[in-house]
Design a binder for this molecule. Structure first.
Ligand code: EPU
Length: 342
């Protein structure tokens, strides 16, 4: 295990923020992760586990130890009740993994094509898009207990998945490192692709294609590429905020004033609002201050046009939160992890 010093994190975070880590290690196997947690340095300085760096905003040089989890490998494990159990190690790139499952003619992950990030961080926020969430095909995961270095297995219930949420963001935050994830996928011949999301149906029609795992993936890639900036070209972390959930009562009040407000039912008492719509309506879409900006095609995405600092993007996000609150009395919560410790 190598410990490097004063390493730039610019190429390791999709926002492309140029800050440095005082100490930096790339762990490629479980043994190295166990060495890290037993190391003296681990007890002396703060630490930051990093996966694909696609859901974090670094606001300053990190004064402690950044450990990048780069465990690789994916394979078919077994068949179970007509499904195929697949495993993938934490450091596998999410989209490459999805493409691999499609090439094995397995369905279930096609709607989650082109989501940035790695396999190991996907369960933490239960990634989701176009009517599908990770939890729908999730079979279990293996995680390292940071206290004692033991590997433990979590099944779906143990993970307490919710909208962009899991037990690893709440009760067990900071206590486990996900090392491997298991999925139960369906052979293509038995799989019914989920095309309930209107944009997918429209895209398939415009491509004149029937829904198959490959065509749905293609449609998702086309929709995402048309709305969401490619982090390799413009730094970003996907949706910066979560879609807020409000009471039905508050929703009705808002609807009276804004009949065109975009919403999704959650339960009898709650409604989810499209944060992108709120931000656009409050006048922020396409706004730019210095190199920090609000994407011109999707207001939920904050972008770094080049040399924005994490602090500048954080400041912009705060202004947006205040403005949306003043306009709609709705609080936006960041979906991206904002990393301080300066
Ligand atoms: N909208 C606007 N203006 C905007 C953006 C959106 O009016 O600038 C409206 C759209 O017209 C649409 C609605 O808001 O009616 C929803 O927009 P979209 O379909 O783009 O989805 P979203 O709610 O903004 C969520 C996820 C995305 C995911 C898409 C598709 C969250 C926080 N975001 O975005 O996930 O790809 O649905 O399922 O739930 C991510 O988490 O990083 C991410 C990109």
């Amino acid at each position: 295990m190598e410990i490097r010093e004063n390493v730039s994190l610019k190429s390791y975070n999709t926002f492309g923020i140029d800050v440095r880590a005082r100490y930096f290690t790339e762990a490629t196997n479980i043994g190295e992760l166990q060495q890290v947690i037993q190391h003296q340095l681990f007890k002396q300085v703060p630490h930051l586990w990093m996966g694909g760096g696609s859901n974090m905003l670094l606001t300053c040089d990190f004064k402690g130890w950044v450990i990048r989890i780069n465990l690789r490998g994916k394979q078919k494990e077994r068949e179970e009740k007509g499904k195929v159990i697949i495993s993938a190690c934490a450091g596998e790139n999410w989209h490459e993994f999805v493409v691999w499952t499609l090439n094995q003619n397995l369905g279930g992950l096609e709607n989650l094509s082109l989501i940035p990030g790695n396999v190991g961080t996907a369960p933490i926020q239960n990634i989701g898009a176009y009517g599908v969430e990770l939890k729908d095909t999730f079979r279990g995961l293996e995680a390292l207990n940071i206290k004692n270095g033991d590997l433990e297995i979590f099944d779906r219930e143990d993970c307490e998945f919710g909208y962009r949420d899991s037990v690893f963001k709440s009760r067990l935050k900071g206590q486990y490192l996900i090392t491997k994830v298991y999925f139960a996928l369906v052979p293509e011949k038995d799989h019914h692709p989920n095309t309930e999301y209107g944009a997918i149906q429209k895209q398939l029609e415009s491509m004149a294609k029937l829904p198959t795992i490959h065509s749905v993936s293609e449609a998702v890639i086309a929709i995402r590429s048309s709305k969401l900036p490619n982090p390799k070209e413009i730094g970003n972390s996907g949706s910066f905020f979560k879609n807020p959930v409000v009471s039905v009562e508050q929703f009705h009040k808002l609807q009276q004033e804004y009949p065109e407000i975009v919403s999704y039912p959650v339960s009898e008492d709650e409604v989810k609002l499209a944060a992108g719509w709120l931000i656009e309506k409050a006048g922020w879409k396409g706004h730019r201050q210095g190199d920090a900006g609000v994407h011109e095609k999707q207001a939920l995405v904050l972008v770094n046009y080049g040399n924005a600092s994490g602090k500048e993007i954080e400041a912009l996000s705060k202004e947006i939160q205040e403005s949306v609150f003043r306009t709609f009395a709705v609080r936006l919560e960041a979906e991206v992890n904002i990393i301080g410790n300066c």
